[in-house]
Design a protein around this ligand. Structure first.
Ligand code: G1P
Length: 308
């Protein structure tokens, strides 16, 4: 049976984006014209996912509202002659089923994924972090390529990776690829699959086995849930998904990495620096508003650098 269930953890407080996230989820912040989580869902739908399970927390109900069909809004648009705006609500009609469960205590990403077990049962699942967009305008089928590889190789897990600067490894799960499992050690080849010998959550720079960082998309056999249930709190006192994957490797599981090609960069909406960059890139790429913004920025930046 094709994998069609995606778990989307969205329970985090978004503390690095305060005060914007005081009373709204970071996943609902706009990037260009859409909220972050809409890109994530559209990407998952285009990779064949049909059931989306959000693991939510306090203050996240606007995510549920966003994916509902808003009959009242539709009739207001019709009655006031704004039919052209109905197109903006097309995403509501996607052939998807939404499920919501609450992570009642903030015990970490691993714990959030474990909260999804009752729905997932004994099926393989995709996990897609709700604060990361893959590819400009989410034009990426990375999840489909990952599920294809998962099935082809009969893997226990397939994880997306991106290369990061050496000093940034402290923010990510970092891979120890098996030497010789591809050509990464000589010259990293984007888009390639490699075998993982280990995975370490947010290592110190000196201890990082590579600069290949987990990039917010995973595919798992259901064994991940049993492993998560056995995983003790790790980094930050939280139950880390990375530690459960590590356990999977230690128990002889086949865990593969897939490197994101340059055309499918990860846009991280977890902090202001990368959020601002993502917003500007998406806004500039907008077919309607991008060209005017480009002109505006040209003038604006030109003025800043004009000598007095
Ligand atoms: C989480 C994971 C980490 C991963 C990162 C980006 O960290 O724990 O392994 O590299 O997402 O996908 P967080 O950003 O929640 O601190």
């Amino acid at each position: 049976m094709a994998i069609d269930l995606a778990i989307v953890p969205v329970a985090g407080h978004g503390t690095r984006l305060l005060p914007s996230t005081k009373s709204q989820p970071k996943e609902m912040l706009p990037v260009g014209r859409k909220p972050v989580v809409q890109y994530v869902v559209e990407e998952l739908a285009s990779s064949g996912m049909r059931r989306i399970l959000f693991v939510t927390g306090p203050g996240k109900t606007s995510i549920e509202n966003h994916f509902d069909i808003n009959v009242e809004l539709i009739s207001v648009l019709r009655e006031t002659g704004k039919e052209e705006l109905l197109e903006e609500l097309e995403f509501e009609r996607k052939d998807l089923q939404y499920f919501y469960t609450r992570q009642r205590r903030q015990l970490g990403l691993g714990h959030a994924v474990l909260c999804a077990q009752p729905l997932a049962g004994r099926e393989p699942v995709v996990v897609a972090l709700g604060d990361s967009i893959i590819g400009l305008n989410a034009q990426s089928d990375i999840v489909r390529r990952m599920t294809d590889e998962f099935e082809r190789a009969d893997a226990d897990a397939v994880i997306a990776f991106e290369t990061v600067l050496r000093e940034d490894v402290v923010h990510y799960g970092i891979a120890k690829p098996r030497v010789g499992s591809n050509s990464w050690s000589e010259s990293p080849t984007l888009g390639e699959v490699f075998v993982l010998d280990d995975l370490i959550e947010k290592p110190a720079v000196a201890e990082a086995p590579s600069n290949l960082a987990v990039a917010a998309r995973y595919v798992f056999k259901p064994a991940i849930f049993d492993l998560l249930a056995q995983t003790p709190p790790g980094k930050g006192g939280e139950i880390q998904l990375t530690d459960a994957i590590r356990l999977m490797i230690q128990k002889g599981g086949k865990v593969l990495g897939l490197q994101l090609p340059a055309s499918e960069r990860r846009f991280d909406i977890g902090n202001f620096e990368s959020y601002f960059q993502a917003f500007v890139e998406f806004a500039l790429a907008d077919p309607r508003y991008g060209p005017a913004l480009r002109d505006f920025l040209r003038v604006h930046l030109g003025q800043e650098h004009r000598p007095c």
